[in-house]
Design a protein around this ligand. Structure first.
Ligand code: PRX
Length: 656
């Protein structure tokens, strides 16, 4: 990219070969967004064409009404590049964490066969279209196979991040009433085996799960329940390697993915078959400028939406190669990620600002020695990227030649909605960019008036909504209406993000306006953490806030009010030989969060306070707690029920 004034534009070399390289695609979409998506959908395979492209009955909407398709037909036999062209090509390249272990490559043909075998095995287990199958797997090829196998037979997958705790798994299994759970004996994390099966067993206890399918990954000994548990390898070995694709209605439920909202319980976002395929395929093609020989490494775990769309479905729909990696990018050395890019000749690299900040800090010098010659394009996702990290990524990794796409989207949107197209631009550090063609993203003030240029407000989406946008919250239509369609009426989708749009039409996102945190790019709910902590009998109440963190973007901090007896015990001094009772209890709180949610939610700090600031109606004012740390004006405290609590908190936390 080349800088012109404040803005960056693609180089002529990139532009020349780019799939979209002028304004025409934006103009076409602006003239008739429904028609825009419709003509894009026509490039995919449908068993039967739709009768109507878009239907809107606020707050519900449908895309490609009456159309019939299956995502796996579009990945395999009916791939847009042609099956003969891709069948021998690597579909998935898997890099295990241990360096001594060899990577594994699955061609499209092998992946198709394995998908069909597992699809047949699922059928034999009694799984039918619409049944829910939970996938609690690490980043191994079988995770991709399991997702595709569900899609092949129309079973609804819910992928649960493998680092989520047994409790977090359980609540999702219960809500989704899953019939089958697919897991592994373990996986490698920082040189050690994580025993996944024990968490799977614990999570499945007392739920509707009838069968647990276990992939042998690490070979560690696992507990076994006869009749319920089965090895993946044994189940699939003798199955036929072809399975007919289920004919899915465009609006059939494709998958559920749980995500955090303001309140305690995770919400199961529902995604529809037809619209998701169209959006995944086209956003990836145009935003990552996918040409047939591209090798894409999207570092997200499949447990998150980014992994679903840009590590699995979109690269495969586009017939290119997707790299998946079992481990963490900085193990065994801080430049492991750089080695993987070079080793697998990645041409598109897509990661999160937290990872970029980590690379910069711990492998900044080491990256000088990597030429990253194969890279054509780099991307960022999941949280706002600061200007300094943007520049480092652009220079250190993109070597100033690769376009850097900062992509904004959400679990709910299924695919990217805001980012400038790489062959068109413009780009500006820390700005997500322009809305994708066909996407109407604007900023509203609190009254629902459109904000002026550079005026901050709430980011909203207007109809026709992108085809991949969620269709509901599983078993909770009231929550769907309340969360997304109540702030500005039933035809305006509320994103819960604060933003402004500048004079170039570039969207600058500055973060969530609700009580959701982005910790290392992971979406966490303060309410969920508070519920977990309040399960401890010694806690009277608590509040969790997110504070700025140099690497992780945000990090959770807990303010806990203890019941009297515990408060007295915690106040007692430490004996010289042992940790203080206060430290012990802080650890107990941290452990409780790890147990109920997972290590990613570990609080950085726990403060014991006497009282929490509340409104007269009893709502905890987390905003005030946050401002105590950021040094912002606290504003008028007289509206609080207990204004004196603020001063006391300052003292107990040691703030001036
Ligand atoms: O706050 C926004 C932030 O991540 C939220 C969505 O999180 P999740 O559902 O986990 O999906 C993440 C990956 C798509 C958004 O509401 N976010 C995502 N991308 C960006 C971002 N914030 C700023 N810039 C981005 N590029």
């Amino acid at each position: 990219m080349k800088k012109q004034g404040d803005l960056y534009y693609p180089t002529p070399e990139f532009k020349e070969k780019a799939l979209a390289n002028d304004e025409s695609v934006y103009e076409e979409a602006a003239r008739d967004p429904v028609r825009f998506w419709e003509t894009r959908a026509e490039k995919l395979f449908w068993f039967k064409k739709w009768s109507k492209a878009f239907e809107h009955t606020p707050p519900y909407f449908k895309w490609f009404v009456g159309g019939k398709t299956n995502i796996t037909s579009n990945v395999f036999e009916k791939n847009s590049l042609g099956w003969e062209k891709i069948r021998g090509k690597p579909a998935v390249v898997w890099e295990p964490e241990p360096l001594e272990e060899k990577p594994r490559t699955l061609s499209y043909e092998q992946l198709f066969k394995e998908t069909c075998q597992f699809a047949n095995a699922l059928k034999r287990m009694g799984v039918k279209k619409g049944d829910r199958v939970a996938i609690y797997l690490p980043m191994i090829p079988e995770a991709v196979v399991a997702m595709l196998a569900c899609a092949r037979i129309g079973a609804v997958h819910l992928v649960v991040f493998s680092a989520f705790s047994a409790q977090a798994l359980k609540s999702r299994l219960e809500d989704a009433e899953a019939k089958v759970l697919v897991t592994a004996d373990g996986y490698w994390r920082r040189g050690k085996i994580v025993d996944l099966k024990t968490s799977a067993d614990e999570g499945a206890k007392g739920t509707s799960v009838e069968k647990i399918v276990v992939v042998k990954r690490t070979g560690n000994k696992v507990a076994w329940t006869q009749g319920r548990d089965a090895w993946f390898e044994e189940l699939t070995r003798n199955e036929k390697d072809f399975c007919e694709a289920e004919v899915m209605d465009a609006e059939d439920l494709f998958f559920i993915l749980y995500t955090s909202g303001s309140t305690g319980k995770p919400k199961g976002t529902m995604h529809a078959c037809g619209g998701y395929i169209v959006q995944a395929f086209w956003t990836a093609k145009l935003i990552f400028d996918l040409h047939e020989n591209d090798v894409m490494w999207c570092t997200s775990d499949i447990g998150w939406v980014t992994g679903h769309t840009y590590a699995v479905y979109a690269p495969l729909l586009n017939g290119i190669t997707s790299v998946i990696f079992e481990g963490v990018p900085d193990f065994p050395a801080p430049d492991r990620w750089a080695q993987i890019i070079e080793k697998h000749k990645a041409s598109v690299f897509y990661t999160a600002p937290t990872a970029i900040r980590m690379f910069k800090k711990f492998a900044g010098d080491a990256t000088q020695k990597y030429g990253f010659k194969t890279l054509r394009l780099i991307g960022s996702v999941g949280e706002p990227i600061d200007e300094e990290s943007w520049l480092w990524y652009f220079k250190g990794v993109g070597k100033e030649k690769c376009p850097l796409v900062d992509t904004w989207w959400q679990t709910e949107t299924g695919g990217i909605l805001i980012t400038s197209l790489p062959g068109v631009g413009p780009f500006k550090p820390s700005y997500a960019g322009r809305p994708f063609p066909g996407v109407k993203a604007v900023v509203f003030d609190d009254e629902g008036k459109q904000c002026k240029t550079n005026e901050s407000g709430n980011l909203v989406l207007l109809p026709p909504f992108a085809p991949g946008l969620l269709r509901g919250i599983y078993k909770n239509p009231a929550k769907y209406e309340e969360t997304y369609w109540s702030q500005y009426g039933k035809s305006v989708y509320f994103t819960s993000d604060g933003a402004f749009i500048d004079e170039n039409g570039l969207v600058r996102i500055f973060g969530r306006v609700d009580d959701v945190l982005k910790v290392a790019g992971h979406r966490l709910s303060t309410g969920e953490m508070e519920n977990a902590i309040e399960k401890l009998p010694q806690i009277s109440e608590c509040a969790v806030i997110g504070l700025a963190d140099e690497i992780k973007g945000q990090t959770p901090v807990v303010f806990a009010v203890l019941k009297n007896a515990t408060a007295a015990a915690v106040a007692s001094p430490a004996s010289p030989a042992a940790a203080s009772p206060a430290d012990d209890f802080k650890k107990k709180i941290v452990d409780q969060v790890r147990k109920e949610i997972g290590p990613i939610a570990s609080p950085k700090e726990v403060y014991f306070v006497e009282d929490l600031p509340k409104t007269r109606s009893g709502k905890i004012m987390r905003r005030i707690l946050r401002k105590l740390f950021t040094g912002e004006e606290l504003g008028d405290l007289s509206t609080l029920a207990n204004p004196e609590s603020v001063e006391k908190i300052k003292q107990s936390v040691g703030l001036k």
